[in-house]
Ligand binder design. Structure first.
Ligand code: CMP
Length: 146
């Protein structure tokens, strides 16, 4: 059965690597079923990462994620959650360069905070974040791709 996941190209990577990342996503057979570029408000970034609110890096993370445009994508494919996570590689690019040199983070991330891409960790998170980003409370103009 097809599965959906939410992928985010973060502000650091969107500036430099947008076309390459989109090419790879299509090349691996994902369908991009929703797509939009948006600048998250601080409040949206806090809500998006609420599970991390007690972490020491939370305020840096919110600052970074709201500093410029992100690209938000709903990726649809069999096993999409796990496949996109495998494609991203480990959170920390130093680790990614060792274990998965072809991954997005090995190639495009500068450090553990500025790590280029995000992906939902499971199906329930995917559904919740897709709703948060693409649901009615979000009034940004939005492009439906196919
Ligand atoms: P992401 O997969 O989007 O989920 C949480 C984010 O927090 C992570 O990517 C990084 O951007 C950031 N993050 C995780 N761990 C750390 C850390 N130790 N220091 C700074 N930022 C981190």
């Amino acid at each position: 059965p097809k599965q959906q996941t939410l992928a985010v190209i973060k502000p650091d990577a969107l500036e430099k690597h947008k076309e390459m990342i989109l090419e790879e996503i299509h090349g691996r057979g994902f369908s991009v079923t929703r797509l939009k570029e948006t600048v998250l408000s601080r409040e949206m970034a806090e809500e998006f990462y609420k599970d991390h609110r007690d972490k020491p890096f939370f305020s840096q993370l919110v600052e970074f994620m709201s500093r410029g445009p992100c690209m938000m994508l709903v990726l649809t494919k069999e096993n999409a959650v796990e496949e996109w996570r495998a494609m991203m590689g480990p959170t920390d690019p130093d680790q990614a360069m060792v274990t998965s040199p072809n991954s997005m983070r090995a190639r495009f991330a500068s450090n553990i905070l500025h790590n280029s891409v995000h992906g939902s960790s499971n199906e329930q998170h995917a559904e919740e974040k897709i709703c948060l980003i693409f649901g009615d409370i979000c009034t940004d103009s939005e492009l439906t791709v196919d």
